[in-house]
Design a protein around this ligand. Structure first.
Ligand code: CTP
Length: 389
C-alpha cells in the first residue's frame, strides 16, 4: 500500500526513520512529509535515502520525479495517490491543527484533502499530553474515526517520567495494518446484548455500595460489535462515557435493575456479553433517610444480589454466553470455575490490581477461558485495539 508518513517536530522524530524502514520492509511504499520543525530534529536526506523518494518538506516543494501525481496541485495529488496517512510523531500542535482544520503547511493541507484512513501516533511532554486542550483534540480526532496510537509511559526528553513517549514502532505498524484492513461486516445477523459499568446499591439516599469499573471495556465492545454490523443493546450502569451511536442503551443503577433490563430485552438476542461489574451484595434494606453519624461503628447487613450471569446460564438455549472474571490471583483456575458454575461459553479473565491493567485503564491484558478447556492469552493492548483486532 502507499503510505504518507508525516513527521512533525519532536525529539521522537528520529524514531520515524526506523518506522519508515519497517513500513517498507512490510511491503509498503512510503512518501515522507516533514514539517519545518521536524527538519530541526532530522534531515529530509535520511528519509529520502530510506524511502528512495524525494521528501516533501513544505507547501512549495515540488513532488518527487518518480511520483506520478494525477493532480497539479501537489497536496491534492499526494492525498489522492495514497492509501493511508500516518503521522508519527504527532505533536500537540499537529493534533490541534488537524482537530480544528487549520491548513498552514503541507502536512495540514494534505490532511484536509485526504479521505483515507488516518493513524496518529502522538509524542510530547506528559503535561502537554494530559492537558484538557490536547485531550479534547484527541477526542475530536478519534470521533472522526482516526486511529490513535497512544503514547507510552517512560522517561521523556524533558527528564520527567510520564505518559508522552512515542509508542513502539511495532504498535504503530500494527495500527497501520489494522487501519488498512477492509472493514469487517461479519456480525450483521447478530443481536448482541452487552452489560457494562458498575452497579450502585443504595445504603440511603446519599450513599451506595459499588464496584470499581469505568465501563470502558463494555463500551469498546459495543462499538466493535456495531462496527461489524451487529445490532447492539447496551445495558449500562452509571459511567462517564458517551454511548456508542447506534446502540440501544438502557441505563440502570442497581443489580436488580440490570437483571430486569437484561431479561426484558433478551427476546432475539444471539449473544450476551456480561462485562458489567455487578455488586454481589446489596444492603438488606436501604434507609429511607440519610443515616446519621451516631455510633463509633456501624454494621451493615448485606444480602446477595441475583446472579444475572448464572441465571442466563440456566436459561441459555442456543445463545452464546460470555462472562467476565476480574481476579487478583489464580486467574485460569478461577476463570474455569466460573465458566463451569455459570454455564458460559467463554470467560474473559482479567488480572486486576496491577498498576496499568484492569480497572479504569485504557490497556488490558486478558486470558480467554473457553468451554473446550482451551486458554487464549491476549497480550496487553488498548481496549479499542483489542476489540477491533
Ligand atoms: N455477575 C452477574 N451478576 C452478579 C454478579 C456477577 O451477572 N450478581 C457476572 C459479571 O457480570 C461477570 C461475572 O458474573 O460477568 C463474574 O463476576 P464475579 O463477581 O467476579 O463472579 P462471582 O461468581 O461473584 O465470583 P467471586 O466474586 O467470588 O469472584
Amino acid at each position: 500500500m502507499r503510505i504518507v508518513l508525516g513527521v512533525t517536530g519532536g525529539i521522537a522524530a528520529y524514531k520515524a526513520a526506523e518506522l519508515a524502514r519497517l513500513l517498507i520492509r512490510n511491503g509498503h511504499e512510503v512518501q515522507a512529509v516533514l514539517t519545518r520543525s521536524a527538519q530541526e530534529f532530522i534531515t529530509p536526506l535520511t528519509f529520502a535515502s530510506l524511502t528512495g523518494r524525494k521528501v516533501i518538506t513544505d507547501i512549495f516543494s515540488s513532488a518527487s520525479p518518480e511520483a506520478t501525481l494525477s493532480s497539479s496541485v501537489e497536496h491534492i495529488g499526494v492525498a489522492q495517490e495514497h492509501d493511508l496517512l500516518l503521522v508519527a510523531p504527532a505533536t500537540a500542535n499537529t493534533l490541534a491543527k488537524f482537530a480544528h482544520g487549520l491548513a498552514d503547511d503541507f502536512l495540514s493541507t494534505l490532511y484536509l484533502a485526504f479521505t483515507g484512513p488516518v493513524v496518529l501516533a502522538p509524542a510530547m511532554n506528559d503535561k502537554m499530553w494530559s492537558h484538557p486542550a490536547t485531550q479534547a483534540n484527541v477526542e475530536v480526532l478519534k470521533a472522526r474515526g482516526h486511529l490513535m496510537v497512544d503514547p507510552g509511559v517512560g522517561f521523556l526528553a524533558c527528564g520527567t517520567l510520564g505518559q508522552g513517549r512515542l509508542a513502539e514502532n511495532e504498535a504503530i505498524l500494527a495500527a497501520v495494518e489494522a487501519a488498512l484492513q477492509p472493514p469487517l461486516r461479519d456480525l450483521t445477523t447478530e443481536h448482541i446484548l452487552i452489560t457494562a459499568g458498575p452497579t450502585q446499591e443504595p445504603l440511603d439516599p446519599v450513599r451506595y455500595l459499588t464496584n470499581r469499573s469505568s465501563g470502558k471495556m463494555g463500551y469498546a465492545l459495543a462499538q466493535a460489535a456495531l462496527d461489524r454490523g451487529a445490532r447492539v443493546t447496551l445495558v449500562s450502569g452509571p459511567v462517564a462515557l458517551k454511548p456508542p451511536v447506534g446502540a440501544a442503551v438502557i441505563p440502570v443503577h442497581t443489580a436488580q435493575q440490570m437483571f430486569d433490563a437484561v431479561f426484558a430485552n433478551l427476546a432475539d438476542v444471539t449473544t450476551v456479553i456480561k462485562c458489567a461489574a455487578v455488586a454481589d451484595y446489596r444492603p438488606a434494606a436501604a434507609a429511607p433517610e440519610k443515616v446519621k453519624k451516631a455510633t463509633a461503628s456501624l454494621n451493615l447487613e448485606l444480602t446477595p444480589t441475583s446472579d444475572i450471569l448464572a441465571e442466563l446460564g440456566r436459561t441459555k438455549g442456543n445463545r452464546l454466553l460470555i462472562g467476565f472474571a476480574a481476579e487478583t490471583s489464580n486467574l485460569r483456575d478461577y476463570a474455569t470455575r466460573k465458566l463451569e458454575a455459570k454455564n458460559c461459553d467463554m470467560i474473559v479473565a482479567n488480572l486486576v490490581g496491577g498498576p496499568d491493567s484492569g480497572f479504569e485503564s485504557d490497556n488490558n491484558e486478558v486470558v480467554l477461558a473457553l468451554k473446550s478447556g482451551e486458554f487464549i492469552d491476549v497480550p496487553k493492548a488498548s481496549n479499542t485495539t483489542a476489540t477491533s483486532a
